[in-house]
Design a binder for this molecule. Structure first.
Ligand code: ADP
Length: 477
Protein backbone atom coordinates (compact mmCIF):
# COMPACT_ATOMS: atom_id res chain seq x y z
CA UNK A 1 0.00 0.00 0.00
CA UNK A 2 2.80 2.36 0.98
CA UNK A 3 4.69 1.44 -2.18
CA UNK A 4 1.66 2.32 -4.31
CA UNK A 5 1.41 5.64 -2.48
CA UNK A 6 5.07 6.35 -3.23
CA UNK A 7 4.69 5.40 -6.89
CA UNK A 8 1.69 7.63 -7.45
CA UNK A 9 2.60 11.29 -7.89
CA UNK A 10 1.43 13.46 -5.01
CA UNK A 11 -1.96 14.90 -5.89
CA UNK A 12 -2.82 18.24 -4.37
CA UNK A 13 -6.62 18.66 -4.55
CA UNK A 14 -6.26 22.43 -4.33
CA UNK A 15 -3.77 22.75 -7.18
CA UNK A 16 -4.78 24.54 -10.37
CA UNK A 17 -3.90 21.40 -12.32
CA UNK A 18 -6.31 19.13 -10.41
CA UNK A 19 -9.06 21.76 -10.40
CA UNK A 20 -8.81 22.45 -14.15
CA UNK A 21 -8.62 18.73 -14.97
CA UNK A 22 -11.65 17.92 -12.82
CA UNK A 23 -13.57 20.89 -14.26
CA UNK A 24 -12.90 19.95 -17.89
CA UNK A 25 -13.55 16.23 -17.16
CA UNK A 26 -16.87 17.09 -15.51
CA UNK A 27 -17.93 19.30 -18.43
CA UNK A 28 -16.99 16.66 -21.02
CA UNK A 29 -18.67 13.91 -18.96
CA UNK A 30 -21.83 16.01 -18.80
CA UNK A 31 -21.68 16.81 -22.54
CA UNK A 32 -20.97 13.27 -23.70
CA UNK A 33 -23.41 11.77 -21.18
CA UNK A 34 -26.21 14.06 -22.35
CA UNK A 35 -25.42 13.31 -26.00
CA UNK A 36 -25.48 9.54 -25.35
CA UNK A 37 -28.75 9.72 -23.45
CA UNK A 38 -30.33 11.87 -26.15
CA UNK A 39 -29.09 9.56 -28.92
CA UNK A 40 -30.44 6.47 -27.14
CA UNK A 41 -33.80 8.10 -26.53
CA UNK A 42 -34.00 9.28 -30.13
CA UNK A 43 -33.14 5.80 -31.47
CA UNK A 44 -35.78 4.22 -29.26
CA UNK A 45 -38.33 6.73 -30.54
CA UNK A 46 -37.39 5.98 -34.16
CA UNK A 47 -37.77 2.27 -33.53
CA UNK A 48 -41.19 2.69 -31.93
CA UNK A 49 -42.36 5.15 -34.61
CA UNK A 50 -41.42 2.89 -37.51
CA UNK A 51 -43.42 0.02 -35.97
CA UNK A 52 -46.20 2.32 -34.89
CA UNK A 53 -46.83 3.30 -38.54
CA UNK A 54 -46.91 -0.33 -39.51
CA UNK A 55 -49.38 -1.14 -36.76
CA UNK A 56 -51.50 1.91 -37.58
CA UNK A 57 -51.74 0.78 -41.21
CA UNK A 58 -52.94 -2.62 -40.06
CA UNK A 59 -55.44 -1.03 -37.70
CA UNK A 60 -56.96 1.08 -40.55
CA UNK A 61 -56.92 -1.69 -43.11
CA UNK A 62 -58.51 -4.35 -40.90
CA UNK A 63 -62.06 -2.88 -40.64
CA UNK A 64 -62.02 -2.04 -44.37
CA UNK A 65 -60.87 -5.53 -45.32
CA UNK A 66 -63.48 -7.15 -43.07
CA UNK A 67 -66.26 -5.06 -44.67
CA UNK A 68 -64.99 -5.85 -48.16
CA UNK A 69 -64.71 -9.54 -47.40
CA UNK A 70 -68.20 -9.69 -45.92
CA UNK A 71 -69.64 -8.06 -49.01
CA UNK A 72 -67.83 -10.37 -51.39
CA UNK A 73 -68.34 -13.71 -49.63
CA UNK A 74 -70.14 -13.50 -46.34
CA UNK A 75 -68.91 -16.32 -44.19
CA UNK A 76 -68.13 -16.84 -40.55
CA UNK A 77 -64.43 -17.30 -40.99
CA UNK A 78 -64.03 -14.13 -43.11
CA UNK A 79 -62.68 -12.19 -40.12
CA UNK A 80 -60.12 -14.88 -39.42
CA UNK A 81 -58.95 -14.82 -43.03
CA UNK A 82 -58.52 -11.05 -42.96
CA UNK A 83 -56.59 -11.25 -39.69
CA UNK A 84 -54.27 -13.93 -41.04
CA UNK A 85 -53.70 -12.02 -44.26
CA UNK A 86 -52.63 -8.93 -42.31
CA UNK A 87 -50.32 -10.69 -39.85
CA UNK A 88 -47.08 -12.57 -40.28
CA UNK A 89 -44.80 -14.47 -37.92
CA UNK A 90 -43.78 -11.24 -36.13
CA UNK A 91 -47.13 -9.48 -35.98
CA UNK A 92 -49.83 -10.70 -33.59
CA UNK A 93 -53.34 -9.42 -33.62
CA UNK A 94 -56.52 -9.99 -31.62
CA UNK A 95 -59.91 -8.41 -31.38
CA UNK A 96 -61.97 -8.06 -28.25
CA UNK A 97 -65.70 -7.65 -28.33
CA UNK A 98 -67.65 -5.12 -26.28
CA UNK A 99 -67.90 -7.77 -23.55
CA UNK A 100 -64.07 -7.60 -23.30
CA UNK A 101 -63.62 -11.19 -24.41
CA UNK A 102 -61.36 -12.17 -27.30
CA UNK A 103 -63.56 -12.51 -30.35
CA UNK A 104 -60.85 -13.36 -32.88
CA UNK A 105 -57.08 -13.56 -32.95
CA UNK A 106 -54.28 -14.26 -35.40
CA UNK A 107 -53.42 -17.92 -35.49
CA UNK A 108 -49.74 -17.25 -34.60
CA UNK A 109 -50.92 -16.00 -31.17
CA UNK A 110 -51.85 -19.58 -30.31
CA UNK A 111 -48.30 -20.66 -31.14
CA UNK A 112 -46.89 -18.39 -28.41
CA UNK A 113 -46.40 -19.88 -24.98
CA UNK A 114 -49.55 -19.36 -22.86
CA UNK A 115 -47.70 -17.19 -20.33
CA UNK A 116 -46.26 -14.91 -23.05
CA UNK A 117 -49.65 -14.63 -24.73
CA UNK A 118 -51.50 -13.84 -21.50
CA UNK A 119 -48.83 -11.34 -20.44
CA UNK A 120 -49.10 -9.61 -23.84
CA UNK A 121 -52.87 -9.45 -23.56
CA UNK A 122 -52.62 -8.11 -20.03
CA UNK A 123 -49.97 -5.45 -21.00
CA UNK A 124 -52.01 -4.09 -23.88
CA UNK A 125 -54.94 -3.65 -21.50
CA UNK A 126 -52.78 -1.49 -19.25
CA UNK A 127 -51.71 1.08 -21.85
CA UNK A 128 -53.18 1.99 -25.22
CA UNK A 129 -50.13 4.10 -26.11
CA UNK A 130 -47.52 2.40 -28.33
CA UNK A 131 -44.60 1.23 -26.24
CA UNK A 132 -41.80 -1.34 -26.16
CA UNK A 133 -42.38 -4.07 -23.59
CA UNK A 134 -40.17 -6.95 -22.54
CA UNK A 135 -42.10 -10.16 -22.17
CA UNK A 136 -40.00 -13.14 -21.14
CA UNK A 137 -36.87 -12.90 -23.22
CA UNK A 138 -38.56 -11.11 -26.12
CA UNK A 139 -39.36 -7.49 -26.87
CA UNK A 140 -42.69 -6.35 -28.39
CA UNK A 141 -44.16 -3.06 -29.57
CA UNK A 142 -47.66 -2.98 -28.18
CA UNK A 143 -50.53 -0.92 -29.57
CA UNK A 144 -54.26 -0.94 -29.05
CA UNK A 145 -57.34 1.04 -30.07
CA UNK A 146 -61.07 1.00 -30.79
CA UNK A 147 -62.36 -1.09 -33.73
CA UNK A 148 -64.99 0.78 -35.76
CA UNK A 149 -67.15 -1.13 -38.22
CA UNK A 150 -69.58 0.81 -40.44
CA UNK A 151 -69.13 3.83 -38.26
CA UNK A 152 -69.87 1.94 -35.03
CA UNK A 153 -67.36 0.81 -32.40
CA UNK A 154 -67.77 -2.93 -32.19
CA UNK A 155 -64.82 -3.74 -29.95
CA UNK A 156 -61.09 -3.21 -29.46
CA UNK A 157 -58.25 -4.08 -31.77
CA UNK A 158 -54.81 -4.99 -30.45
CA UNK A 159 -51.69 -5.33 -32.62
CA UNK A 160 -48.34 -6.48 -31.27
CA UNK A 161 -45.09 -6.70 -33.20
CA UNK A 162 -42.09 -8.76 -32.11
CA UNK A 163 -39.05 -6.43 -32.25
CA UNK A 164 -36.58 -8.63 -30.32
CA UNK A 165 -33.96 -8.48 -33.09
CA UNK A 166 -34.09 -4.69 -33.50
CA UNK A 167 -34.30 -4.06 -29.74
CA UNK A 168 -31.30 -6.36 -29.05
CA UNK A 169 -29.34 -4.49 -31.70
CA UNK A 170 -30.45 -1.22 -30.18
CA UNK A 171 -29.32 -2.32 -26.70
CA UNK A 172 -25.93 -3.40 -28.07
CA UNK A 173 -25.55 0.03 -29.71
CA UNK A 174 -26.53 1.81 -26.47
CA UNK A 175 -24.07 -0.32 -24.50
CA UNK A 176 -21.24 0.42 -26.96
CA UNK A 177 -22.16 4.09 -26.86
CA UNK A 178 -21.97 4.06 -23.04
CA UNK A 179 -18.60 2.24 -22.94
CA UNK A 180 -17.30 4.47 -25.75
CA UNK A 181 -18.37 7.59 -23.84
CA UNK A 182 -16.70 6.44 -20.59
CA UNK A 183 -13.45 5.57 -22.43
CA UNK A 184 -13.54 8.90 -24.28
CA UNK A 185 -14.05 10.78 -21.00
CA UNK A 186 -11.08 8.94 -19.40
CA UNK A 187 -8.88 9.65 -22.45
CA UNK A 188 -9.98 13.30 -22.59
CA UNK A 189 -9.26 13.68 -18.84
CA UNK A 190 -5.79 12.13 -19.19
CA UNK A 191 -4.96 14.25 -22.23
CA UNK A 192 -6.19 17.36 -20.47
CA UNK A 193 -4.23 16.52 -17.29
CA UNK A 194 -1.04 16.18 -19.35
CA UNK A 195 -1.80 19.31 -21.34
CA UNK A 196 -2.53 21.37 -18.21
CA UNK A 197 0.63 20.04 -16.51
CA UNK A 198 2.67 21.18 -19.52
CA UNK A 199 0.90 24.53 -19.65
CA UNK A 200 1.61 25.16 -15.97
CA UNK A 201 5.27 24.11 -16.26
CA UNK A 202 6.48 27.71 -16.91
CA UNK A 203 4.74 28.83 -13.69
CA UNK A 204 6.55 26.08 -11.75
CA UNK A 205 9.84 27.12 -13.41
CA UNK A 206 9.18 30.70 -12.38
CA UNK A 207 8.60 29.70 -8.79
CA UNK A 208 11.75 27.52 -8.73
CA UNK A 209 13.84 30.36 -10.17
CA UNK A 210 12.45 32.85 -7.65
CA UNK A 211 12.98 30.44 -4.77
CA UNK A 212 16.76 30.35 -5.19
CA UNK A 213 17.26 34.12 -5.40
CA UNK A 214 19.07 35.27 -2.30
CA UNK A 215 19.86 38.74 -1.06
CA UNK A 216 23.42 38.29 -2.35
CA UNK A 217 22.42 37.87 -6.01
CA UNK A 218 19.40 40.18 -5.99
CA UNK A 219 21.18 42.61 -8.32
CA UNK A 220 22.03 40.05 -11.01
CA UNK A 221 18.88 37.93 -10.69
CA UNK A 222 16.83 37.86 -13.90
CA UNK A 223 13.99 35.47 -14.63
CA UNK A 224 13.94 34.22 -18.19
CA UNK A 225 11.49 31.66 -19.57
CA UNK A 226 11.67 30.12 -23.02
CA UNK A 227 8.48 29.18 -24.89
CA UNK A 228 6.28 30.32 -22.03
CA UNK A 229 2.76 31.65 -22.64
CA UNK A 230 2.62 35.46 -22.90
CA UNK A 231 0.81 35.79 -19.55
CA UNK A 232 3.63 33.97 -17.75
CA UNK A 233 6.27 35.94 -19.67
CA UNK A 234 4.54 39.13 -18.54
CA UNK A 235 4.58 37.86 -14.96
CA UNK A 236 8.31 37.11 -15.27
CA UNK A 237 8.90 40.63 -16.56
CA UNK A 238 6.97 42.11 -13.64
CA UNK A 239 9.04 39.96 -11.28
CA UNK A 240 12.22 41.21 -12.93
CA UNK A 241 11.16 44.82 -12.49
CA UNK A 242 10.30 44.14 -8.86
CA UNK A 243 13.67 42.43 -8.32
CA UNK A 244 15.54 45.39 -9.74
CA UNK A 245 13.54 47.83 -7.54
CA UNK A 246 14.22 45.60 -4.52
CA UNK A 247 17.90 45.44 -5.38
CA UNK A 248 18.08 49.24 -5.73
CA UNK A 249 16.41 49.89 -2.39
CA UNK A 250 18.54 47.21 -0.71
CA UNK A 251 21.66 48.85 -2.16
CA UNK A 252 20.50 52.29 -0.95
CA UNK A 253 19.84 50.93 2.52
CA UNK A 254 23.27 49.31 2.64
CA UNK A 255 24.89 52.50 1.46
CA UNK A 256 22.98 54.49 4.06
CA UNK A 257 24.02 52.19 6.94
CA UNK A 258 27.60 52.23 5.73
CA UNK A 259 27.71 56.06 5.41
CA UNK A 260 25.99 56.70 8.74
CA UNK A 261 28.24 54.22 10.57
CA UNK A 262 31.31 55.73 9.01
CA UNK A 263 30.28 59.32 9.68
CA UNK A 264 29.35 58.66 13.30
CA UNK A 265 32.29 56.47 14.18
CA UNK A 266 35.00 59.07 13.60
CA UNK A 267 33.63 61.87 15.87
CA UNK A 268 32.62 59.30 18.48
CA UNK A 269 36.15 57.86 18.52
CA UNK A 270 37.46 61.37 19.14
CA UNK A 271 34.93 61.93 21.96
CA UNK A 272 35.95 58.58 23.48
CA UNK A 273 39.61 59.53 23.24
CA UNK A 274 39.01 62.86 25.02
CA UNK A 275 36.97 61.18 27.75
CA UNK A 276 39.75 58.64 28.32
CA UNK A 277 42.45 61.29 28.51
CA UNK A 278 40.38 63.45 30.90
CA UNK A 279 39.84 60.40 33.10
CA UNK A 280 43.55 59.55 33.03
CA UNK A 281 45.03 62.99 33.57
CA UNK A 282 42.65 64.83 35.89
CA UNK A 283 43.20 63.96 39.54
CA UNK A 284 40.93 66.65 40.93
CA UNK A 285 37.65 65.10 39.69
CA UNK A 286 34.94 64.44 42.25
CA UNK A 287 33.65 60.88 42.58
CA UNK A 288 30.38 61.78 40.83
CA UNK A 289 32.21 63.40 37.91
CA UNK A 290 34.53 60.40 37.57
CA UNK A 291 31.56 58.04 37.56
CA UNK A 292 29.72 60.11 34.94
CA UNK A 293 32.80 60.28 32.70
CA UNK A 294 33.41 56.52 33.08
CA UNK A 295 29.82 55.76 32.06
CA UNK A 296 30.05 58.15 29.11
CA UNK A 297 33.32 56.55 27.98
CA UNK A 298 31.88 53.01 28.28
CA UNK A 299 28.75 53.96 26.31
CA UNK A 300 30.86 55.70 23.66
CA UNK A 301 33.03 52.58 23.36
CA UNK A 302 29.97 50.33 23.06
CA UNK A 303 28.49 52.55 20.33
CA UNK A 304 31.82 52.63 18.45
CA UNK A 305 31.85 48.81 18.50
CA UNK A 306 28.26 48.68 17.25
CA UNK A 307 29.08 51.13 14.44
CA UNK A 308 32.15 49.10 13.53
CA UNK A 309 30.02 45.93 13.38
CA UNK A 310 27.45 47.66 11.17
CA UNK A 311 30.20 48.96 8.92
CA UNK A 312 31.73 45.49 8.65
CA UNK A 313 28.40 43.92 7.76
CA UNK A 314 27.61 46.62 5.19
CA UNK A 315 31.03 46.09 3.62
CA UNK A 316 30.60 42.32 3.62
CA UNK A 317 27.22 42.74 1.87
CA UNK A 318 28.75 44.88 -0.86
CA UNK A 319 31.73 42.55 -1.17
CA UNK A 320 34.18 45.17 0.09
CA UNK A 321 35.18 43.37 3.28
CA UNK A 322 38.75 42.34 2.61
CA UNK A 323 40.62 39.59 4.40
CA UNK A 324 44.39 39.45 4.67
CA UNK A 325 44.71 35.71 4.66
CA UNK A 326 48.07 34.46 5.89
CA UNK A 327 49.27 31.32 7.63
CA UNK A 328 48.84 31.57 11.38
CA UNK A 329 49.19 29.14 14.26
CA UNK A 330 45.89 29.24 16.09
CA UNK A 331 47.36 27.87 19.35
CA UNK A 332 49.22 31.18 19.80
CA UNK A 333 46.23 33.21 18.77
CA UNK A 334 43.92 31.40 21.24
CA UNK A 335 46.44 31.90 24.08
CA UNK A 336 46.63 35.63 23.29
CA UNK A 337 42.83 36.06 23.10
CA UNK A 338 42.20 34.13 26.32
CA UNK A 339 44.76 36.27 28.14
CA UNK A 340 43.07 39.40 26.77
CA UNK A 341 39.59 38.16 27.77
CA UNK A 342 40.82 37.30 31.25
CA UNK A 343 42.11 40.82 31.71
CA UNK A 344 38.63 42.24 30.93
CA UNK A 345 36.67 39.85 33.18
CA UNK A 346 37.59 37.88 36.26
CA UNK A 347 36.20 34.65 34.82
CA UNK A 348 38.01 31.36 34.69
CA UNK A 349 38.72 30.62 31.01
CA UNK A 350 40.63 27.43 30.25
CA UNK A 351 42.34 26.29 27.08
CA UNK A 352 42.13 22.64 26.07
CA UNK A 353 44.61 21.99 23.26
CA UNK A 354 47.18 19.38 22.34
CA UNK A 355 50.87 20.10 21.98
CA UNK A 356 50.66 19.89 18.20
CA UNK A 357 50.52 23.37 16.62
CA UNK A 358 47.57 23.84 14.25
CA UNK A 359 48.12 26.12 11.32
CA UNK A 360 45.39 27.75 9.26
CA UNK A 361 45.23 30.38 6.59
CA UNK A 362 43.24 33.20 8.12
CA UNK A 363 43.07 36.92 8.75
CA UNK A 364 44.70 37.14 12.19
CA UNK A 365 42.77 40.21 13.35
CA UNK A 366 39.40 39.00 12.03
CA UNK A 367 39.86 35.62 13.73
CA UNK A 368 40.73 37.48 16.95
CA UNK A 369 37.49 39.47 16.58
CA UNK A 370 35.52 36.21 16.10
CA UNK A 371 36.98 34.52 19.19
CA UNK A 372 36.56 37.64 21.31
CA UNK A 373 32.89 37.81 20.35
CA UNK A 374 32.30 34.15 21.21
CA UNK A 375 34.18 34.32 24.53
CA UNK A 376 32.39 37.58 25.36
CA UNK A 377 29.01 35.85 24.76
CA UNK A 378 30.06 32.79 26.79
CA UNK A 379 30.92 35.08 29.70
CA UNK A 380 27.76 37.20 29.29
CA UNK A 381 25.33 34.31 29.11
CA UNK A 382 26.56 32.21 32.05
CA UNK A 383 26.80 32.57 35.83
CA UNK A 384 30.04 34.20 37.15
CA UNK A 385 31.19 31.08 39.03
CA UNK A 386 31.04 28.81 35.93
CA UNK A 387 33.94 28.08 33.68
CA UNK A 388 34.43 28.89 29.97
CA UNK A 389 36.51 26.50 27.87
CA UNK A 390 38.24 27.05 24.55
CA UNK A 391 39.10 23.75 22.89
CA UNK A 392 41.42 23.36 19.94
CA UNK A 393 41.99 20.30 17.79
CA UNK A 394 42.48 19.14 14.26
CA UNK A 395 40.36 16.58 12.39
CA UNK A 396 41.84 15.50 9.04
CA UNK A 397 42.14 18.77 7.11
CA UNK A 398 39.91 20.83 9.42
CA UNK A 399 41.07 22.99 12.31
CA UNK A 400 38.39 23.17 14.97
CA UNK A 401 37.98 25.79 17.70
CA UNK A 402 35.20 25.28 20.24
CA UNK A 403 34.06 27.88 22.74
CA UNK A 404 31.92 26.23 25.47
CA UNK A 405 30.15 27.60 28.51
CA UNK A 406 27.99 26.12 31.26
CA UNK A 407 25.47 28.92 30.99
CA UNK A 408 21.77 29.38 30.32
CA UNK A 409 21.77 27.66 26.91
CA UNK A 410 19.69 28.54 23.86
CA UNK A 411 16.22 27.04 23.23
CA UNK A 412 16.21 24.75 20.18
CA UNK A 413 13.72 26.86 18.19
CA UNK A 414 16.06 29.88 18.42
CA UNK A 415 19.30 28.10 17.57
CA UNK A 416 18.88 28.41 13.79
CA UNK A 417 18.13 32.15 14.04
CA UNK A 418 20.76 33.48 16.45
CA UNK A 419 23.15 34.15 13.53
CA UNK A 420 20.63 36.57 12.00
CA UNK A 421 21.19 40.31 12.39
CA UNK A 422 19.65 41.93 15.46
CA UNK A 423 18.23 38.59 16.62
CA UNK A 424 18.23 38.17 20.39
CA UNK A 425 16.72 35.23 22.24
CA UNK A 426 15.31 36.66 25.41
CA UNK A 427 15.09 40.45 25.36
CA UNK A 428 14.40 40.59 29.12
CA UNK A 429 17.63 38.80 29.95
CA UNK A 430 19.81 40.04 27.09
CA UNK A 431 18.96 43.72 27.59
CA UNK A 432 21.08 43.72 30.76
CA UNK A 433 24.07 42.26 28.88
CA UNK A 434 24.34 45.27 26.61
CA UNK A 435 24.59 43.75 23.12
CA UNK A 436 22.36 44.46 20.17
CA UNK A 437 22.22 41.11 18.38
CA UNK A 438 24.98 41.75 15.82
CA UNK A 439 27.85 39.78 17.39
CA UNK A 440 27.02 36.34 16.02
CA UNK A 441 26.13 37.61 12.54
CA UNK A 442 29.58 39.26 12.43
CA UNK A 443 31.11 35.96 13.60
CA UNK A 444 29.32 34.06 10.81
CA UNK A 445 30.22 36.63 8.13
CA UNK A 446 33.89 36.69 9.13
CA UNK A 447 34.28 32.90 9.48
CA UNK A 448 32.59 32.28 6.13
CA UNK A 449 34.77 35.00 4.58
CA UNK A 450 37.78 32.88 5.66
CA UNK A 451 36.28 29.73 4.02
CA UNK A 452 35.14 28.27 7.32
CA UNK A 453 31.82 27.74 9.05
CA UNK A 454 30.33 28.14 12.50
CA UNK A 455 27.71 25.99 14.25
CA UNK A 456 26.06 25.89 17.65
CA UNK A 457 25.05 23.05 19.95
CA UNK A 458 23.19 24.03 23.07
CA UNK A 459 20.98 22.65 25.82
CA UNK A 460 18.75 24.81 27.92
CA UNK A 461 20.16 25.14 31.44
CA UNK A 462 23.32 23.16 30.60
CA UNK A 463 25.31 25.45 28.34
CA UNK A 464 26.32 26.11 24.74
CA UNK A 465 29.19 25.17 22.46
CA UNK A 466 30.04 27.25 19.39
CA UNK A 467 32.24 25.37 16.90
CA UNK A 468 34.36 27.10 14.27
CA UNK A 469 35.77 24.96 11.48
CA UNK A 470 38.54 26.35 9.29
CA UNK A 471 40.57 24.59 6.60
CA UNK A 472 43.92 23.55 8.14
CA UNK A 473 47.18 23.97 6.20
CA UNK A 474 48.51 20.55 7.20
CA UNK A 475 46.56 17.31 7.21
CA UNK A 476 46.51 14.75 10.01
CA UNK A 477 45.42 11.13 9.65
P1 ADP B 1 24.17 39.99 21.61
O1 ADP B 1 24.76 41.28 21.30
O2 ADP B 1 22.76 40.06 22.03
O3 ADP B 1 25.01 39.11 22.46
P2 ADP B 1 24.77 38.06 19.57
O4 ADP B 1 24.56 38.11 18.09
O5 ADP B 1 26.16 37.89 20.05
O6 ADP B 1 24.07 39.33 20.16
O7 ADP B 1 23.91 36.88 20.14
C1 ADP B 1 22.56 36.74 19.74
C2 ADP B 1 21.75 36.08 20.86
O8 ADP B 1 22.15 34.71 20.98
C3 ADP B 1 21.97 36.69 22.19
O9 ADP B 1 21.07 37.75 22.40
C4 ADP B 1 21.75 35.55 23.15
O10 ADP B 1 20.38 35.46 23.46
C5 ADP B 1 22.11 34.32 22.34
N1 ADP B 1 23.45 33.81 22.70
C6 ADP B 1 24.61 34.06 22.08
N2 ADP B 1 25.62 33.38 22.64
C7 ADP B 1 25.10 32.70 23.69
C8 ADP B 1 25.60 31.81 24.69
N3 ADP B 1 26.92 31.49 24.74
N4 ADP B 1 24.75 31.29 25.60
C9 ADP B 1 23.43 31.58 25.53
N5 ADP B 1 22.86 32.41 24.62
C10 ADP B 1 23.69 32.96 23.71
Amino acid sequence: MNQIKQLLPKIDPFSLRVRLTLGVAAVSAFGLGSLSIYTSWKMQQLLINSHKNNIRQIATRLPQDIELYNELMPSSNGVQKVIDSLTNENIFLWIKGLDNKIAANSSNLNKLSPTTASELIYSTEMSMKPQVQKVGERYFVLCGGALPLKGKVVGKLFVVQDVTREQTMFLVIVQSLGIGSILTIILISLAIAIYIKRSLQPLRQLSQMTEVISIADLGQAQLYLENAPSEVRELAQTFNMMLSRLSQSWEQERQFVSNVSHELRTPLTIVHGYLQSVLRRQNNLTEIQREALTTAAAEAERTIRLLQDLLDLARADSGYLHFRLEPCVINDLVTEIVAMAKSYSDRSITIDSGSQPIEVKADYNRLKQVLLNLIDNAVKYSEPHTCVTVKLYQQADAAIIQVSDQGYGIPLQHQARIFERFYRVDEARTSSTGGCGLGLSIVKTLVEGMAGNVTVRSRLGEGSTFTITLPALTTTK
